[in-house]
Design a protein around this ligand. Structure first.
Ligand code: ADP
Ligand code: ASP
Ligand code: MG
Length: 409
């Protein structure tokens, strides 16, 4: 008898029929003798609807109140699923994040889970009940409702699995596993039978929204057995592994991309110590996260400095940078918010040279200009014009031999 945490995303609980189908699936697992904890998202579209509703009342809704509002999406689903389970004779109880003491910090809208009190959940499981927990939400020390950021129900699922020492955490979604790239962009993408935790972390960080980044971080920290599966079709899904298998790892496991990027350049800044710190210091003070940073080799005692930020923070970053530029007597500030980042990821890269040149040639062959480059041990990222996103991803997918049917289980 195993303890399994199952998380169902928005599409998987998107209608009364879907909720009934999830209830059948959960009841079936319980009938096999397993203890089941279910984490659910809001019904698909609901979180967006609530955000729009808030904006229709206030341009800048107070973060605390926005979280109170957004948490209702998941609260609706837990009640409906518990009802659907009870209707088919499967005893179940629903709980909000607060009720099972999902303690977070107070960063409304992007709170981090600090602790979970598993006693209540264990109590119900011991009574033979299925426990249904609201994803995406928690409570801070002062008792304020918090939310965990978009896609946060994944993190609730993995964090609960860690706290309960579950035998497996299953993330049920609308695709049947982790693919070599988003199958909606590249129809030839194929499902990976397994992916290493490190690769999954890179893929998530670089824009593959199939798992929230923090859920992967959590999984790695507590070595949670984690699997991504479809709630619509049966199948083995994709297993996240913690050791590189002794089988030869593929050179490149996947292609990730991120559309939410913008870049800013300050030209003609003095080429002397402390300038980068000064520029990025001001950006940091404004609470803007910086991603790729490039500084040109200086000439004539001046240099150019370019970095990327989240597209939603482009205007704010531009305002800050213009002020710094004035203080530094820089020549000019320019920017572009029509850029995207494409990355190739693979642990096999560690032991192979030549991946970068292969990547750059594939892009050049399609006439795609590379604006910025950033590398780490297991990934290479490039920034390109937004209009080349699909073309670039497809070209790389094919260049690295990923265009093929699903990997055998
Ligand atoms: P859920 O509502 O179940 O949390 P999400 O929309 O958050 O579902 O995540 C699933 C989606 O992630 C898929 O529909 C797919 O378009 C997208 N996706 C992006 N990259 C990948 C990838 N490498 N493998 C699988 N899905 C991906
Ligand atoms: N409902 C939240 C969102 O849409 C959390 C989640 O689905 O994981 O982002
Ligand atoms: Mg999601």
């Amino acid at each position: 008898m195993a303890l399994i945490v199952q998380k169902y995303g928005g599409t998987s609980v998107g209608s009364p029929d879907r909720i009934a189908a999830v209830a059948e699936k959960v009841a079936g697992m319980r009938a096999q003798g397993h203890n089941i904890v279910v984490v659910v998202s809001a019904m698909s579209g609901e979180t967006d609807r609530l955000i729009k509703l808030a904006k229709s009342v206030s341009d800048v809704p107070p973060a605390r109140e926005l979280d109170v509002l957004l948490a209702t999406g998941e609260q609706t689903t837990i009640a409906l699923l518990a009802m659907a389970l009870t209707r088919i004779g499967c005893p179940a109880r629903s709980y909000t994040g607060h009720q099972v003491h999902i303690l977070t910090d107070s960063a409304f809208g992007k709170a981090r889970i600090q602790d979970i009190d598993a006693r209540r959940v264990h109590g119900d499981l011991n009574q033979g009940r299925v426990v249904v927990v609201a994803g995406f939400q928690g409570v801070d020390e002062e008792g304020n409702i918090t939310t965990l950021g978009r896609g946060g129900s994944d993190t609730t699922g993995v964090a609960l699995a860690a706290a309960l020492k579950a035998d497996e955490c299953q993330i049920y979604t609308d695709v049947d596993g982790v693919y070599t790239t988003d199958p909606r962009v590249v129809p030839k993408a194929h499902r990976l039978h397994r992916i290493t935790f490190e690769e999954m972390l890179e893929m998530a960080s670089l824009g593959s929204k199939v798992l929230q980044i923090r859920s992967v971080e959590f999984a790695g920290k507590y070595k949670v057995p984690l699997r991504v599966l479809s709630s619509f079709v049966e199948g083995p899904g994709t297993l996240i592994t913690y050791e590189e298998s002794d089988m030869e790892a593929p050179l490149i496991s996947g292609i990730a991309f991120n559309r939410d990027e913008a870049k800013l350049t300050v030209r003609g800044v003095p080429d002397k110590p402390g300038i980068a710190a000064q520029i990025l210091g001001e950006i940091g003070k404004a609470n803007i996260n910086v991603d790729i940073i490039v500084q040109n080799v200086g000439a004539d005692g001046t240099t150019d400095f370019t970095f990327t930020v989240h597209r939603g923070e482009y205007q704010k970053a531009m305002g800050v940078l213009k002020q710094v530029a004035q203080a530094l007597k820089a020549r000019e500030v320019v920017g572009d918010d029509k850029i995207v980042k494409i990355s190739v990821v693979g642990v096999g890269m560690r032991s192979h040279a030549g991946i970068a040149s292969q990547m750059f040639k594939a892009l050049a062959d399609e006439g795609i200009n590379i604006q910025m480059i950033s590398t780490s041990e297991i990934k290479i990222s490039v920034v390109v014009e937004e209009k080349y996103l699909e073309l670039g991803v497809r070209a790389l997918h094919s260049t690295f031999g990923l265009d093929r049917p699903d990997e055998a289980a």
